[in-house]
Ligand binder design. Structure first.
Ligand code: MN
Length: 257
């Protein structure tokens, strides 16, 4: 039986710490831009209702406008055509929002090559060194890319050939999606797929294969570098938007000090 009383004590004493993996959400938060004639997602925007003034003398509140896939967010299976008959974001079972985290650190490789792609051989070498990726895990791909999270141009890193940001090979996406029992993939970049994934033999393999196999995506994560390689618990909390394809998401990690 899980000892939640001990966990509660450890939270109070600070021997279990809560790390926020969420990027701040504001008007400057980078968003994905698609080429014409594709539709575009909206930036996050606050719209003031009142602030202790004639429209509300004692209270401050806002409406907000945002795309579902803006900032740190959760991709539900229905987001992709391969998962169109699977869960929307409100239907994802809560048991599948929480799981052990494993961190695959390729920040050095990405510093040398922003188009770095994680391949099956990297995952197998990681498992040889750290043990098998547990069932129900969130696989977090540490790339260091979150350092550019407040600079939309650097974050997109685009030239005439499109964005240059790290991701997974087609084979690696297929491996995780079909050969493992993970919850999904968490990344530091704007989406789970590599910047150049539009041109892969199977375009956008992370989206197509993860979501089509009832697995999830978490994007624009921060502070992955503060997590141990194994042993953290990640809690992803997207808004329960009925018929939503995804949602801005608070993502927290529990770690032992
Ligand atoms: Mn998304």
């Amino acid at each position: 039986m899980a000892d939640l009383k001990a966990l509660a004590n450890e939270l109070v004493s600070g021997s279990v710490q809560v790390i926020d993996l969420t990027a701040p959400l504001h008007e400057g938060t980078p968003i994905l831009g698609l080429p014409e004639p594709m539709g575009q997602t909206a930036k996050f925007k606050l719209e003031l209702i009142s602030q202790y003034d004639e429209k509300g003398p004692a209270w401050y509140w806002n409406n907000f406008h945002t795309g579902e896939h803006t900032g740190t967010h959760f991709d539900a299976p229905i987001h992709w055509v391969t998962g169109k008959n699977l869960d929307d974001v409100s239907q994802v079972p809560p048991q599948r929002l929480v799981g052990p985290a494993v961190v695959l650190d390729f920040s050095k490789e990405v510093a040398a090559n922003p188009d770095f792609l994680l391949d099956v051989s990297h995952v197998q070498a990681w498992e040889k060194a750290n043990g098998a990726i547990p069932k129900g895990a969130w696989v977090l791909f540490r790339t260091g890319w979150s350092q550019y999270g407040e600079d939309p141009a650097k974050f997109a890193n685009a030239d005439a050939n499109g964005p240059h940001t790290p991701g997974l090979t087609v084979e690696c996406a297929e491996y995780f999606a079909t050969k493992t029992d993970i919850l999904g993939m968490g990344v530091e970049t704007v989406g789970t797929d590599a910047g150049q994934a539009f041109g892969f033999s199977t375009p956008f393999p992370c989206h197509g294969m993860f979501l089509g196999n009832n697995k999830y995506g978490l994007t624009q994560l921060r502070n992955i570098d503060k997590l141990p390689t194994t042993g953290a618990i990640v809690i992803a909390a997207p808004l329960k938007i009925v018929k939503g394809s995804g949602s801005p998401c608070r993502v927290l990690a529990l770690v032992t000090k």
